[in-house]
Structure formats: C-alpha cells, structure tokens
Design a protein around this ligand. Structure first.
Ligand code: PLP
Length: 373
C-alpha cells in the first residue's frame, strides 16, 4: 500500500514551483555564456539581468547591490569573511554557516544573547558595541529557521549605526514568508536563498551596499562586479527570479493553517509547549514539544505514516542533534529532545493539516498508552 505523502518541512527546503521549473528548463535549452558578445551570450545576459531586476524590485534595492551566489551558505560566507572589520558580534541563534564563517576568520566573535522567547537582547547589543575602537560587523538573522522567531533587525541596525558598526542579516528563512525590504531594514548586507521559497537549490544572493568594501572568496573573471567571479549559473538564476516574482506576493494562507494545527495540538495534548508562541513568528512555522514524546522515534513513526517534518534540532547530517537555538533560549535539554518543527509553504493545503492532526492524535494516544504501561 502506498502512503500519501504530506510534506511539511518547507524551512528545510520548499518544493520547486512550476514557474521556476519552466524558467530553468527554458534556459537549460537556450544556454549561452552571459559574458559572450554574440546573440546567444546577449540573450543569457538579458535573462540574468531580468532576474536581477526582479530581485531589486522585490527587495526595494538597487540592481548593482545584488550578487548571485551558490546559495545562502556562500552568501553568508562572503558577508562575514569579505567584510573589512576587526571583530564580529553574532546572535546566539544564527545558522551554523554564519557561526562557522565568523570563527574561520580567526577574528574575535562575541555572542549576542536572546531572551527565553528567542528574541535578541537589544540592550546587550548596545553594551557590546559601546566604547570600542575596533570596526565591527553585527550579524542577526531576520527569522529563525527552527522557531520562526522574527528578530527586530531594523532596531539592531539603528543601534549598530549609532556605534559605527556594520550589520549583516541572514534573511534566508524570511523571504517569501514576510515582507523583506532593504530600505526598511537598514542593514549593510542581506542573504537570500532560493530553495526556501520554491526556487532551485544551489542558488542565492547577497545584497550589499554598493560602496561597501567586500573581498571575494574566490578569484577569477569580472562577473558579478568581481564580488563573485565565475560563469553564472544561468538556469538557476532564472529559476530564482521566477520563484521570487511569485513568492514576493505573500498570499498569507499559511498562517490560518499553522494556527489551526496549533489549536488541534493544544486540544490533543494540553501539556504541549509551543516555542516562542508569544512573540512575532513566521506565519508558516510551528516548533513544539510534547514532554516525554521524543523527537527521534516520533519522526520515524510520522514518516512511516507519510508525514515529513523535522526535529527541532535536526543538524545538517540529518541526525537529531542538540539544538543550539533552543539551548540559547534556555530550554531544558529533556524538552529539546522532544522538539518537532512543522513548516508549511506555498503548496500546503487544509488537507495536509488534517492529515498531520490525524497522525499526531494517533501518535499521542500511542505515547500515552506506552507511558501508562
Ligand atoms: N541560513 C539559514 C537561516 C538557513 O535556514 C539556511 C538553510 O537551512 C541557510 C542559511 C543556508 O542556505 P543554503 O541551503 O542556501 O546554503
């Protein structure tokens, strides 16, 4: 018997949108090197610049501020390793590619704490920046991949500007879920990744102030204003542009679905803990734990029943590790082990949520029976 699959793991990766697929197929067929002067090259160049225009309009920034990269990881690495600063202040809930990139520079890295709800401590930021002669880059994500907490990045930028510090914002999880506007955020660098909003994997962008000194990670030709040399990934860039054009419209349907899912969880298991449930969160994300119901076994049982969700602490190897995000929020490790992340997306339906609720109610009953035995 084949089990119908219900995919609720869009924060890990979102399925490719039809429009992105079509744009990619067209460019795979037409080809061309965007640096060539002949017609094929000019066509490829025009397609890349169209995608750049789409992003510039979506984010409200200038087109020359956009550098296409191989994804969010590379964009974060360019931002952290390329910025001409003496030290970093990074929030305690950043993605490993921000943390590791900062550490790899060998420069001083200070951790900016978050509250129990996972929101960065703005007073602590002010204190960390005051009275230092060293140039500093502050890195705070716009929305957290595990809890969905939305960080007060515009306020971070205001405080940093008062102290002459630069700000980088990893907006990978926010794009396509909430408005992301360059002029409102006021940051110096911003990271985007296509596969989190229905574009292809392996493509992203770094938005950077045009006058910012930014050393490239790799060296070669003059592509992407020398910030990221190498022949452009034409099909992927066009897939990114096509997904962006739709994702920016923010249809807002996931919030009602997510809220219904949480209501059902609360009624099936009143002891459920919904992490950061009282602060501003992405409309698609629910990170929860039912005490005693460990994530590793629950995930396997749910998968067998056709539900794809993540452990709140899944690491890149796919194993259930210990979540540094929940640890930074001071969550008890026993509860962290029970953390499950559900993340909806552009193709999620009411039936998906019904199916999730049906399976979870069954798993909760099974868990209670085992616990009582
Ligand atoms: N930043 C955040 C917050 C993420 O969630 C991810 C991916 O999980 C990344 C960066 C890395 O992006 P990419 O997969 O495009 O390298």
């Amino acid at each position: 018997m084949t089990v119908t699959r219900t995919y609720l793991d869009h924060n890990a990766t979102s399925p490719l949108r039809l429009e992105a697929r079509q744009a990619m197929l067209a460019m795979l067929d037409s080809g061309g090197n965007a640096s060539s002067v002949h017609e094929e090259g000019r066509r490829a160049r025009a397609a890349i610049e169209d995608a750049r225009d789409t992003l510039a309009t979506a984010f409200g920034c200038k087109r020359d501020m956009i550098t296409f990269t191989s994804g969010g990881t590379e964009a974060n690495n360019i931002a952290l390793k390329g910025a001409a600063v003496d030290r970093f202040v990074i929030s305690s809930i950043e993605h490993p590619c921000v943390v590791e990139a900062a550490r790899a520079t060998g420069k001083s890295v200070t951790v900016l704490p978050v509250s129990q709800d996972g929101v960065v401590d703005l007073k602590a930021l002010d204190t960390l920046l005051v009275g230092s002669d060293e140039t500093c880059l502050v890195s705070v994500m716009l929305a957290n991949n595990e809890t969905g907490v939305i960080e007060p990045v515009a306020k971070v930028a205001e405080i940093a500007a008062r102290h002459g510090a630069l700000v980088h914002c990893d907006a990978v999880q926010a794009v396509g879920k909430i408005p992301v506007r360059w002029p409102i955020l006021g940051v110096d660098l911003l990271t985007v990744s296509a596969h989190k909003f229905g574009g292809p994997q392996g493509i992203g962008a770094l938005l950077a102030r045009e006058d910012l000194e930014l050393s490239p990670l790799i060296h070669g030709g003059g592509q992407e204003l020398r910030r990221r040399p190498g022949t452009e990934n034409l099909a992927a860039i066009c897939g990114l542009g096509a997904a962006m054009a739709i994702a920016v419209q923010l249809d807002g349907k996931t919030k009602a679905l997510r809220d219904r899912l949480e209501k059902a969880l609360r009624s099936a298991a009143p002891e459920v803990v919904i992490f950061a449930g009282n602060v501003e969160r992405l409309p698609n994300t629910c990170c929860f734990a039912i005490p005693g119901m460990t994530a590793d076994t629950t995930l396997i049982a749910a998968d067998l029943d056709g539900i794809a969700v993540s452990s709140g602490s899944a690491c890149s190897s796919g194993k259930v590790g210990s979540s540094s995000v929940l640890a930074a929020m001071g969550v008890d490790p026993n509860l962290t082990r029970c953390a499950i992340r559900v993340s909806l997306g552009w193709n999620s339906t009411a039936e998906d949520v019904d199916r999730f609720i049906e399976v979870w109610e069954k798993l909760i009953i099974r868990h209670r029976k085992r616990a009582a035995a």
